[in-house]
Each structure stands twice: as structure tokens, then as C-alpha cells.
Design a protein around this ligand. Sequence first.
Ligand code: FEO
Ligand code: CA
Ligand code: CA
Ligand code: CA
Length: 651
Amino acid sequence: MLEQDENPQGSNPTQNPELTQLIEKHLSRRNLLGGALAATAAQFLFGRGAAAQELGTNGPRSGRSRRPRMGFTEVPASSADDFIVPPGYVAQVMVPWGTPLWSNATPFAEDASNSAADQELQVGFNHDGMHYFPLWRGPLGNRRGLLVINHEYTDANQIYSAAVGRTITNDAAGREKVAKALAGHGVSVIEIQRDANGNWSHVIDSPYNRRITGTTPMAFSGPVSPSHPMLQSAITPSPRGTLNNCAHGFTPWGTYLACEENWNGYFGTADSSWTATALEARYGVSRGGFGYNWHVAEPRFDVAVNRNELNHFGWVVEIDPFDPRSTPVKRTRLGRIKHEGATVTEARGRVVVYSGDDENGDYLYKFVGDRPWRMWRARGESPLDHGILYVAKFEENGTGTWIALEHGTGPFTVANGWADQADVLIRTRQAADAVGATRLHRPEWVSVDEHTKDVYVTLTNGSGNGAAVNSNRDPNPYGHIVRFREADHDNSSLSFEWDIFVIAGDPAYDPSVPASQPAFGSPDGVWVDPDGLVWIQTDISNSSQNLASRGYDRIANNQMLVADPFTGEVRRFLTGPRGCEITGVITTPDQRTMFVNVQHPGESTTFWNNQFGSPSPANPTAVSTWPYGNGRRPRPATVAIRKLDGGKIGS
Ligand code: FEO
Ligand code: CA
Ligand code: CA
Ligand code: CA
């Protein structure tokens, strides 16, 4: 089950325009195609960089005191099984998969023999989106806080012991395996603290520690409720669990947003008479799913038995990390898609939430609150329950608009078959199809520069993983980052301008990549830090890494880079171990510690074969023993990065 977030074909049946086609036309319109493509990329960068610089000094939110600075020495591309940071930095592994969070929890078993019940009290698998909530205001908040971590998915090659194997059977052993996988999913809330030497540790038995899993009771709010006919389920009349929590968000009122991305892959059926409805097909639901085979042991995940369970997923889940007894809430007003993340910013006192639907050919959304969020909070209501969901439509002249997915507007009438707003939200993808939204190459993270209010969106790659490297726009095998600016720098505006911020790839093979840019592929995580530096994390398929003829040899392991929007420079900051992706990024408020996640080190069927079967040399670069080496089991983990001189990360 490699790279479960990749579905090369996608499931979008429309002929809505695709952004890469618009980019080609956009370039032609600017008469830039006559020169080298590298020059066009540079002009995009520098052109927009100059604009950003202007904004920094004259714009409406000119709070930034100085230009950002990159002071670190670039690290080279790496295929080593190691986590490598620049000279002068130190990286400390924390809370790997299986770490006990309570003193009564069972220690992690190196042979993966921990039970489902053990896993319930341990850190989950495949760390992904993450936020740090300081426990105090002021300097103490830099030393003590809550780390909240998504656990995107589990890998059957890695979470089960040789004694039980990885096959899901229809018996008690199969149900135990499904239960362990469900317990490895979800979210961890972990109190952490930093000692006088700068070392971080987790606090065992902290009253804040919490595991939210695939079985935790869930509440719903907004127009869609569990009593809706399309959500009623005999097996789960009260919805349970959140799955495939990829990226995340956080709100100005101190809550965490976990997003449900590739939830469709957990469902399947052995019933050959089952066929997907148009709605189910649009969300990629199939008899086989992604090969988890949970439906073999658990009818909850059998779409022929418990069909409406599907509609319990695809939402943004709000979690209060400061109240471990609170029930997570699925905020249905934000739409039902494969939410990569949910990035919150403020506009005129209202919340704006950006979210990419990460599938090839799917769309970018934003929710705009209808009143100041403080007003809703004062009334005891959620600002996320009141507002309108929009989808992005890009134009080839570098502008774009947001189109409302609101019942009673546009095509969303009863006469057209849209019963009400709940219907529009349950069928968000089809609603967006109906208004001609622009298809994108897998929109992943979104980040907002809180000074300029510019918005950055990673489009991780198109369907072109098998394509020549010198055609980097369509089919776009290495991805790019789009930047857009909402009208009047107001993120609640309904029109914007857009451009390409960074084109990924290897400049040695691809003339559209600036010659000075380090080789990297498939940007996924993106975060604009308080100084305006743009941190970029990559998730290029490890199954493709050996393909030297396509330039993957120089890209090698996944990595994290920093782009300076003022100069256009991109510099590689760190490289991860073999087979992993680098994801999740946040600093303490003083920017002196950065937390980054290493997801799925060593992910490969080779891992299973080498451990328990016939060792295969097919994909040796995916073999990992990170973080502890010496032949030990690879484990997803968080890494705390500090500068030895105590300075800001990146400076
Ligand atoms: Fe889970 Fe779209 O990365
Ligand atoms: Ca991934
Ligand atoms: Ca991702
Ligand atoms: Ca990804």
C-alpha cells in the first residue's frame, strides 16, 4: 500500500479546465515563451518577489520589521538512511510510533507484537500534520506545550508481527488486526516540555495526553447530521472515529482541525453485486478499496452491508486539545471532500478556511465565515458553523474567482435535484463540478503569509510520474506551488490574482526549473513562517526513487527546503531517511525549536520481505532502520530541530 494518497487517474469525470493548461496559456499571454523556460520561472519568482517586498513595507499589514534571512548552509541531496540538518543545527527524535503516553501503557514491542489495546495507549502511526499549542502565554510557552499530531494511516507491512502476519481474516484474529490499525489512526495530543539543555521530552500521564482514533465517538455540527437519511447506519448509529488525518489546521480560539483525506480507501466489499453510485464513484469508493481489507473482518467497513458509513467521512474534525474530555466535532459546513488540510486565517474579523481536495483533477475550496468569529464564540456557537463554502475557478489571464456552493444560488435548486444545503455539502465534489471549478494537480497544503495575506498552495504532481522530465507543466510529474493574492489583500474576497511561485523538479533535466534551484519533487507540506520564509516539504513516491533516467537520482530522499519570496532563492534545509516523506511543520512561538515529522520511513513491501520472507533487492533505497539503526524496526516520529547557538530556525 505505497503512497495511498496517489490516484493517478483521479475520479473527476468533468471536462472542467485543468490548471496546467491555463498555465501554458498564461505564459503565452505574457509573451514569455520565446525565452528559456528557466527565465520564465525566474521572472515569476522575482516579479512576484518584488511585489511581496513592496507589500512588506507599504501593504495593509506591514508588521514585519525586516526582510527574512536564510543563514544556514544548504545540505546536499541524500539517499542515506539518516535525518540530516545543516551544520550548527541539532535534531532530536521524539514520540515515535508506539511511545507509551501513560505509565500503565505497555512498552513498544520491537517485534510489533503490541495488541490493539496496547496501541490505544501509545502514539499512533505515520505522523503527519501537527501543531504546537503553548501551555502558557509568554516565554514559558516556548518550553511547555501540547503537540497535536495527525496519524495519517497504518501500513500492514509494518504494524503487525511475523507471528500474526499481515492478512486480514474473517475471525477474531482479523478483528484484532483491524482494531490495532484503527487504534494507530487518528490524532495524538501530547504534553511536551523542554529542559535547561534544550532537550524535549513528552510528559507521561499528563492530564492533557489523549489518543483520538478510528473508534472515538464523534459529534456532527452544521447542516449535515447523523440523522440525515444518507448518514443513518445500523452498525454505527452514533458516528465513530476519524480516518486518514493528513494535514490539519488551527483556529484563533485555540482548537485543532484534523482533516479526513483518503477515507474512501478503507471501505470495500466481497459482494460482487455491489456497484458504486455516482456519488460513491466520484469519491473513489470501490470494492477493493486501497487494500486494507478491513471489510473482511468488520462489517462496519463493508459498503454492501453498511453503506452510509461512507458519508460519516470526508469532513474537517475540530478538536479542543485543552479539554481531553471534549467530543471531537465534524464541522460539515466546511464541505465533504478528501480534505488535505484546513488552513485558517482571518479577514475583517471573520474566519476564512482554505482546503485542498487532494486527488488528481480535484479542486481548491475556501469557507468564509459570515460574521466576526468572536461574535459567534460569545454566543456559544462555532464560527465554523456559519458561513459559505466556495470553490476556486482560475482564468488564463492570471485572475480567478470563488464560486459559492450554496443552496438557492446558481444551479443548486430543488428543480435541479439539490434537495437542500446538506445535500450540497454531502456531494461537495459534484456541486463543484456543476459550477465549472478548475481541476488541479493534487492540491495539498495551503499556507497564508500573515503579513502580506498572500496564499500559497502546493500542487504536488500530475499524472506524469512516467513522463519525460522536460515536460514539467502537463503532465506535471514533479509539481509546483501556486501563489495567489485575494482582491484588496482581503482573504474573504471573491476574486484573486494567481501565479506560479516555484516549479519543482531537477534543473539538470528540466529547463523549466531555474538552474540554481535544488532538485526536489512533489511539494506537499508548505508553511509560511512569521518572517515570511516559505518552508516546503516533499512527498515524492519512494517507489520511483531509483529511476535515474528520470532524474530521481539527484532528488533522492524526501526533504525540506526554504524559499525566500523576496529573492526567489530556494535552499535545501534537511533531508529525511529512506522511504519516508517529510511532513508537518511548526515552531515554538519564539521560533527556536521547529517540529517536523518523518512519515513512513522504510515504507515498502521490501520491509516485510526482508524481515519475514525472502529479501528482495528490488527497491533497496526504501530499506530503513530509522530512527534507531542497528537493524531495528523503522518508526514514524517527530523530530525537534534546534540551532546550537539558540537562534531562530532558518537564520
Ligand atoms: Fe496525505 Fe495529500 O497527502
Ligand atoms: Ca504521502
Ligand atoms: Ca500530505
Ligand atoms: Ca502527498
